[in-house]
Design a binder for this molecule. Structure first.
Ligand code: SF4
Length: 370
């Protein structure tokens, strides 16, 4: 199977199973749309049904246990789940096994069990590394615990990724930058970025009602999400999600009380990056009041134009510039702005480096001042 093979995930949700914690933002039972953990027969049926439509010669098939803190479940129960997963992996019906958990349940005994059952990838729900943010979110671990978890996973050669949240109680831009740089040093293979939402029946809902917590606006969440997006993209991490997955039950039940939810949030973050790149190029190359051509990979056209054409409107309103597209599928993320006989190549990687330099300076300045 080559790297271009697309991935299909068979997800098994294990809502709140075994989790003794009460993070202020969490109501796993609602998020997963189910209150009962699946039993082994349910899991087998689910996998068999999924496999009837998936050919593992055509797809990279991942079996994923999501929703709770897997390694906090009773060991016997973990073994039951892992045995099923390993059975399908040994038969080569699936290609890999992944699961999510917390960093404080990644001690040697937890990781060695996962290794025994050939788990390939562990996603650690980090959320933040800042002590105040973690405390206010009722997550009682530290960067030391996170480092230990990563050391144990590396010792057993298990691939890992992180989940982080934007806009938790007590969080701010500086603390987010700090979280990102601390975590980037650990070089995760994957990253998920979730803006904090106020969900019904959570402590955060109470805090919101009592005006102890103010959620980010959509615009603030977008601007902040760019920080981890660029830092980890530049690192080579695979950013597998930006924004909460809009499970139908979540939306239908009106479970979101407040917060920066948008079904196209991830694409909006990428559009903001294109807007910033194009804006600075128009100024640098004095393209105001001109009609330009943007040459890009066709798959990036909608990100460049933005949700409901917002970037097209901004470019027109700010600079009186109109553009048409020209397709060049050999470009990957980079774009070319063409005006008359001039081609201006805007390299995404260079833009990332500029932003990372700015963030590094901001981080150092704040650390020196504090
Ligand atoms: S976020 Fe994870 S650790 Fe926290 S209460 Fe929910 S399931 Fe438990």
């Amino acid at each position: 199977m080559d790297n271009s093979t697309s991935t299909k995930v068979i997800s098994i949700f294990i809502p709140h199973e075994g989790c003794p914690h009460d993070c202020v933002f969490c109501n796993q039972k609602k998020i997963s749309g189910s209150v009962k953990s699946p039993d082994i027969k349910d899991i087998e049926e689910h996998i068999e049904t999924a496999l009837t439509t998936l050919d593992n010669n055509s797809y990279n098939i991942v079996l994923a246990f999501y929703g709770g803190s897997f390694t906090a479940i009773k060991r016997e129960k973990q073994i039951e789940y892992l045995r099923v997963a390993k059975y399908y992996k040994d038969r080569k019906s699936i290609n890999s096994i992944r699961l999510s958990t917390r960093p404080d349940y990644m001690k040697d005994e937890h990781v060695s069990l996962l290794k025994e059952y050939n788990v390939d990838h562990v996603e650690l729900g980090i959320q933040s590394t800042h002590p105040k943010v973690l405390k206010l979110s009722k997550r009682y671990y530290s960067i030391y615990t996170i480092n230990q978890a990563v050391m144990n996973l590396s010792k057993y050669n298990i691939d890992f990724g992180f989940q982080i949240m934007i806009g938790l109680p007590g969080d701010n831009r500086q603390r987010l930058i700090n979280t990102c740089f601390e975590l980037a040093a650990l070089q995760p293979n994957t990253l998920r970025i979730y803006p904090t939402l106020v969900i019904v029946n959570t402590e955060l809902q109470e805090m919101y009602k009592n005006m102890e917590y103010t959620p980010l606006t959509l615009l603030e969440a977008r601007e902040l999400s760019i920080i981890p997006y660029i830092i980890f993209k530049n690192l080579g991490s695979n950013i597998i999600r930006v924004g909460l997955h809009a499970s139908e039950s979540l939306l239908l039940d009106d479970n979101i009380v407040a917060g920066p939810f948008h079904s196209a949030f991830g694409e909006m973050v990428q559009s903001s990056i294109y807007w910033a790149m194009i804006k600075s190029a128009i100024v640098r190359y004095r393209l105001q009041n001109k009609n330009i051509t943007i040459i890009a990979n066709a798959r990036d056209f909608s990100k460049i134009t933005g949700n409901k054409g917002e970037n097209r409107v901004l470019i027109k309103d700010y600079f009186n510039v109109e553009y048409k597209f020209q397709k060049n599928d050999s470009l990957k993320d980079d774009i070319i702005i063409q005006y008359e006989n001039y081609d201006y190549l805007l390299r995404m990687k260079e833009y990332y480096n500029d932003i990372i330099n700015q963030l590094t300076n901001e981080w150092h300045c704040k650390n020196i001042m504090n």
